[in-house]
Structures are given as structure tokens and as C-alpha cells.
Design a protein. Structure first.
Length: 79
């Protein structure tokens, strides 16, 4: 049997930005990852997890820029 070759495998086309950004490593809980993946799958066309996270950050920053005095609601403390 012939040895497998990677030459015949088509690689996915990935869009790269013109400028390399700074890598930020973040740990997410399983529920957060599931929510991000579900949101990403609903996009048209579906986006990758990193693209979804960047899109969510951009959207939140845009929302906050409209009303910089707005603060997120605080969670109630358990007694």
C-alpha cells in the first residue's frame, strides 16, 4: 500500500487580515463556547469561532460607544 500524501488534500481558504494582530488567549466555559458556536452557525454565511468572537466584541464596542455612561447590570448577591 502506498504511503498517504498531504499533497492531494485541499486546504481551506482562510481570509487573513493585512495586519497581524495581537494574540489574546482567553479561557471560556463550555456554556459560553456552545453559545458562541450557536450564534456563529446562525450567521449568513456561517463564521468561524474566532470571527464570531471578534464580531461580538465589535458589536458590543459599537453599542457602548453610543452610550458611554451606560453600565451593565450587576448580578444580585447570594445571601
Amino acid at each position: 500500500m502506498a504511503k498517504a500524501s498531504y499533497d492531494n488534500i485541499t486546504r481551506p481558504v482562510r481570509k487573513r487580515s493585512a495586519v497581524t494582530g495581537t494574540l489574546v488567549g482567553v479561557r471560556l466555559q463550555a456554556g459560553q463556547i456552545k453559545a458562541i458556536d450557536a450564534w456563529a452557525a446562525k450567521q449568513s454565511p456561517p463564521v468561524t469561532r474566532p470571527e464570531a468572537i471578534r464580531g461580538m466584541i465589535d458589536a458590543m464596542l459599537h453599542i457602548l460607544a453610543k452610550d458611554p455612561g451606560e453600565k451593565p447590570a450587576k448580578k444580585a448577591r447570594a445571601r
